[in-house]
Design a protein around this ligand. Structure first.
Ligand SMILES: [Mg+2]
Length: 404
């Protein structure tokens, strides 16, 4: 059996926001890769990986569960987003190594496939209803079984130009103001338009990105009930998930939640009380394949489904970890898509293939993909990589920040 001999991180993508961790072993040529990407904290995650490394050197790479449990409590405090991400990358790499040792894809080690491929949902958006309709038609024709519909950016439909909002005389500088009533007016109209133009054969989702006040969130879920969504995503902020009980009492609109979750106390009650229908933890933010496999199993007993988070800032390694879970989980619901540039995919030979709205893994051992380190480094733009990125700062008319 192989022992862990070294752990190191590589930053890639132009802005260096993708962090790929490589776990090396004392067996020649045997190593694994994992995703530790964090769009806002790349350097912090790398420091966390470095802090964990001495603890794991010399340990059995095959003892995945024990290594996970050991690292999980190694800094006493746990379930933080940074530490989870570092731990997840190592966990994915250890599954990659185990698969290579066994000569099997990870999805075979996890019990074997329960589906032929992984259906995905696409991100359609438009600043006008016509643009959105065109985008939805495009993805539908490409083959996507489910399509997310947004009016421009997150919160789109709810922004008033700053000069049209009722702002104080000493208003802080801001281009627009988020207004709950505008959102409650425009998003149901968006779905009324889409159902009128496209009928009820297409499956739609919508991402609220936690912009609404909780009581307005309940109202939106109720207003959207006639449009029969596949799910309504991030209706409430993580601080306000208790309101899901009120949503359940008011309507049958299916609920998806969890991309900001890092702690079992966040997802467990929502699953066991059947307050949501889809759990959307990002595999790396949940702590890797090991804990997310347990989430999928918990979901199965309670009739909840998985929709692991992907989206724009994630990398092909995290996506592949999600795909392996998707292939084996009876409780799988849908996978969020992710579009990568051609030169980004060239860094990861063996990456999952996205075709006609489905993701396909391959039959190679482990995760089934490699990292071309020379190409990874060549992608980096040092000026961009020196920058720190921050979430968009949306505010209400009086200046109060909207929690994303
Ligand atoms: Mg979301």
């Amino acid at each position: 059996m192989a022992k862990i001999s070294n752990i190191r991180s590589i930053r890639t993508r132009a802005a260096g926001t993708w962090v790929i961790v490589i776990v090396e072993t004392d067996q020649p040529g045997l190593y694994g890769i994992g995703s530790a990407s964090d769009h806002y904290h790349a350097k912090t995650v790398i420091a966390a990986v470095e802090a964990i490394t001495p603890l794991l050197i010399g340990r059995e790479a095959s003892h995945i569960e024990d290594n996970w449990q050991t690292v999980y409590t190694s800094a006493y405090w746990r379930n933080g987003s940074i530490q989870n991400t570092a731990l997840a990358a190592i966990d994915m790499a250890l599954w990659d190594i185990k698969g290579k040792e066994a000569g099997m894809p990870v999805y075979q080690l996890l019990g074997g496939p329960v589906r032929a491929a992984v259906p995905c949902y696409a991100h359609a958006s438009g600043d006008t209803l016509q643009e959105l309709e065109d985008d939805v038609r495009r993805y539908h024709e490409e083959g996507y079984p489910v399509i997310r519909c947004q009016l421009g950016p997150y919160g789109g439909g709810g922004f008033l130009p700053a000069d049209q909002a009722k702002r104080p005389k000493n208003a802080w500088p801001q281009k627009s103001a988020f207004d709950d009533e505008a959102y409650l007016e425009n998003v149901p109209k968006m779905f009324a338009y889409l159902r009128d133009k496209l009928g009820f054969d297409l499956k739609f989702t919508h991402d609220v990105h936690e912009h609404l006040l909780p009581h307005n969130a309940v109202t939106l879920a109720k207003l959207l009930e006639p449009y029969r969504l596949y799910f309504l995503e991030d209706l409430l902020s993580p601080e306000q998930v208790g309101w899901y009980r009120h949503v359940r009492q008011q309507c049958t609109t299916p609920q998806a939640m969890g991309e900001l979750f890092v702690n079992p106390h966040e997802w467990t009650p929502l699953i066991t009380e059947r307050l949501i229908d889809f759990v959307r933890v990002r595999v790396s933010k949940g702590g890797g394949i090991t804990p997310c496999r347990k989430i999928a199993t918990l979901c199965e007993w309670f009739g909840v489904h998985t929709a692991w988070q992907e989206g724009g800032d994630n990398d092909p390694v995290n996506q592949m970890a999600a795909v392996h879970l998707d292939m084996v989980s009876y409780s799988f619901g849908i996978q969020e898509e992710n579009h990568f540039r051609e030169n980004e995919l060239e860094v990861f030979p063996g990456h999952a293939l996205l075709e006609g709205g489905y993701l396909y893994p391959n039959e190679k051992p482990g995760l089934g993909m490699e990292i071309d380190e020379a190409k990874a480094r060549a992608l980096l733009n040092p000026d961009l990589a020196a920058k720190t990125f921050y979430m968009a700062e949306d505010r209400r008319a009086d200046g109060t920040i909207v929690r994303p």
